[in-house]
Write a protein of this length. Structure first.
Length: 115
């Protein structure tokens, strides 16, 4: 569910019904999304339990700083929010910006280091 959330999906729980709504840019890639949605369906009980948690614990917004493609500004007093450079998109980004799909392609994982 976190991976789908990072793509742009938002989940709501009504009774025992899970609804997924896409709110990201453009259209989602069906080849990427369908297997993930199938996993949510397969593990419905766990998904319901996850969604039934307190709202602030439901999802975590992933940022550019957490992506291995992001290189924060050197000597920044606050690198998690500072201006930096996305090597994948080849453009400047703030570390606090919502991460794009490149985060999922990133082999470095969620380390926050610009390796």
């Amino acid at each position: 569910m976190r991976r789908l959330a990072s793509i742009g999906y938002r989940f709501t729980l009504t009774g025992r019904t899970i609804k997924a709504k896409y709110g990201g840019p453009g259209k989602p890639d069906p080849d990427q999304v369908q297997p993930l949605l199938a996993l949510v369906k397969k593990h419905k009980e766990e998904a319901i339990s996850y969604l039934a948690q307190k709202p602030e614990a439901q999802e975590r917004i992933l940022t550019c700083y957490e992506c291995g493609h992001f290189q924060p500004a050197i000597n920044s007093p606050n690198p998690t929010q500072a201006w930096g450079h996305c090597r994948k998109l080849d453009r400047g980004r703030y570390g606090v910006a919502m991460a794009c799909d490149a985060l999922m392609e990133c082999e470095a994982g969620f380390t926050g280091e610009g390796s």
